[in-house]
Design a protein around this ligand. Structure first.
Ligand code: PLP
Length: 435
C-alpha cells in the first residue's frame, strides 16, 4: 500500500470550493465526492498547478487552430502516443461524444478508401447498456433504450449486441462453464450482417455508465481476434476508463491487447478544461494521405478542439498522474475498497459487487434469489441518504427500463484510506436505512 501513504487533502469547508476529494456547497456543507464529478476529476479538486498551466498558456498563446497546430497540442499528442505505446496520430476534440463521432467517421472513411467494395463497410457494432455519448452518432452507438427514446430514429448503420454481463448472463450461462458466448456470438452477428459491411466494433473495456459491467478476462482478446479475422476496426472508448481509473493508465492494458482507434476525454484534463482525443494507429492514418483537392484526407474541422489551454492543462495533469503514481494508487485503493465492501455481499439488497480499480458498482436487488431489481425509489433513497450524510455516490440512470439499480463508486484517485472508510460506512448505513 506504499502509494496510499501520502495524504490526500480534506476539503477546505469554503463555500462553492473543491479540494482533493471534497466539494463544499453554498451552505458550507462538505461532501466526499465519490463520483469525481462525472467520473472525471481523477487528480482531485483544487490543483493550483492546473490553473497555472491554463493561465500561463493563455498569456503565451490564447488560441490557435489545429488546422495548423500549436506546441502544447503537438507535445500532448506525442505524450499520449508514448503512453499508449503505439505509433499513430491523434485528433483533438472537446468532449467524449465528439471523440467517438470522429472515431466513427474515421472508421467509415478508412474502409471506404481501402476496401474493394468501396463505401459498403459502414456498420458500427456496440453493446446493449453501453453509453458512448449524446450527439446523434454517439447516441446511435449508445444502446440504452431510455436515453434514445424520443430522439429516434437515429443514425442508420448502428447495431447492438449483448454485453458481457455475467450477473445476468444474456445467454443463460454461468462463467466457468460457459464458452464466453458474449464474445463468440459477436462473430455470428458479423457473419449474419455480412463481414464486408461491418466497419468497427466500439467497446468500453468496462461498461461504466451502463452499470459497471466488467467482462470476463477472455472477452476482449476474443473480440480482438474477431476484428482481425474480418478486417473490422476495434475502437476502445476509454472516455471513463482512461487516465488511471481502472488501475492502469489505460483500461485496455489489463488485457494486453491494442485497439485500432482509442477515444479519450474526462480524465485527460481531470475535468479542469474540456478536451478529448481520438488516437489511431499509423496504418490507418496513412490511408488518409492524399493530394490537395481530393477527399481522401479527414475533412473534420473543430474550432475549439485541442485548445492550447486545454492541452497545456492535460500535459500537466498527466504529469501529476505519473509523478504521484495515481493509476497504481487506484489499483491499490480500488482493491482496498472492494475488500472493505465485500461483507455487503451478504446484505439482502446487494445482488452483485463488481469493478476494476477505482470504478465499482453495487447492483441492488429486492431478492437475491430472483435478482429482481430493487425498486427505483429505494435506490434513489439510498443515494439521497448518502448525500445527506455528505457522501456523493452515482447510480446508472436512463439505461434499461426497470434497471436503474446499480450504485456507482468512482472517487478521485487521491482518495485516502480514511475517506474510503467513510464511504464504506456510509454505504452500509444507507443500505440498512431502507430495510
Ligand atoms: C464511456 C463514455 N463515452 C462517451 C461519453 C461522452 O462524453 P461527453 O459527455 O464528454 O460527451 C461518456 C460520458 O459520460 C462516457 O461515459
Amino acid at each position: 500500500m506504499d502509494v496510499l501513504l501520502h495524504s490526500g487533502s480534506r476539503g477546505s469547508g469554503q463555500r462553492g470550493k473543491g479540494v482533493g476529494c471534497y466539494v463544499t456547497d453554498e451552505q458550507g456543507k462538505e461532501y466526499l465526492d465519490a463520483v469525481s464529478g462525472l467520473w472525471c476529476v481523477n487528480v482531485g479538486y483544487g490543483r493550483r498547478e492546473l490553473a497555472e498551466a491554463a493561465y500561463e498558456q493563455i498569456v503565451e498563446l490564447a488560441y490557435f487552430p489545429l488546422v495548423m497546430s500549436h506546441s502544447p497540442a503537438i507535445k500532448l499528442a506525442a505524450k499520449l502516443l508514448e503512453l499508449l505505446g503505439f505509433e499513430g496520430k491523434v485528433h483533438f476534440s472537446n468532449s467524449g461524444s465528439e471523440a467517438n463521432e470522429v472515431a466513427f467517421k474515421i472508421a467509415r472513411q478508412y474502409h471506404s478508401q481501402t476496401s474493394n467494395n468501396s463505401g459498403w463497410r459502414y456498420k458500427i457494432i456496440s453493446r446493449y447498456r453501453a453509453y458512448h455519448g449524446s450527439t446523434m452518432g454517439a447516441l446511435s452507438a449508445t444502446a440504452q433504450a431510455e436515453r434514445r427514446s424520443k430522439y429516434e430514429p437515429l443514425v442508420p448503420g448502428f447495431l447492438h449486441v449483448y454485453p458481457p454481463y455475467c450477473y445476468r448472463c444474456p445467454f443463460g450461462q454461468t462463467y466457468g462453464s460457459c464458452n464466453i458466448e458474449c464474445a463468440t456470438s459477436i462473430e455470428n452477428t458479423v457473419i449474419h450482417e455480412g463481414p464486408e459491411s461491418v466497419a468497427a466494433i466500439i467497446v468500453e473495456p468496462v461498461i461504466s455508465g451502463g452499470g459497471v459491467i466488467v467482462p470476463p478476462d477472455e472477452y476482449l482478446p476474443i473480440l480482438r481476434e474477431i476484428c482481425d479475422r474480418y478486417g473490422i476496426l476495434l475502437i476502445f472508448d476509454e472516455v471513463v476508463s482512461g487516465f488511471g481509473r481502472l488501475g492502469k493508465m489505460f483500461g485496455h492494458e489489463h488485457w494486453g491487447i491494442k485497439p485500432d482507434i482509442i477515444t479519450l476525454a474526462k480524465g485527460i484534463t481531470s475535468g479542469y478544461l474540456p478536451l478529448s482525443a481520438t488516437a489511431v494507429q499509423q496504418h490507418i492514418f496513412e490511408t488518409f494521405l492524399d493530394e490537395p483537392g481530393t477527399t481522401g484526407h479527414f475533412r473534420h474541422v473543430n474550432t475549439f478542439g485541442g485548445h492550447p489551454a486545454s492541452t497545456a492543462v492535460s500535459l500537466r495533469n498527466i504529469d501529476i498522474l505519473e509523478t504521484e503514481r495515481l493509476p497504481e494508487r487506484a489499483a491499490q485503493m480500488g482493491a482496498y475498497l472492494m475488500a472493505e465492501l465485500s461483507p455487503l455481499r451478504e446484505h439482502p439488497y446487494v445482488g452483485d459487487l463488481r469493478g476494476k480499480g477505482m470504478l465499482l458498482g453495487i447492483e441492488l436487488v429486492a431478492d437475491q434469489q430472483t435478482k429482481e431489481p430493487l425498486a427505483g425509489e429505494k435506490v434513489g433513497a439510498i443515494v439521497a441518504y448518502c448525500m445527506n450524510q455528505g457522501v456523493i455516490i452515482g447510480r446508472n440512470t436512463n439505461t434499461v427500463p426497470g434497471y436503474a439499480n446499480v450504485l456507482i463508486i468512482a472517487p478521485p484517485l487521491v482518495l485516502t484510506l480514511a475517506d474510503a472508510d467513510v464511504l464504506v460506512t456510509t454505504l452500509r448505513q444507507a443500505l440498512d436505512s431502507q430495510l
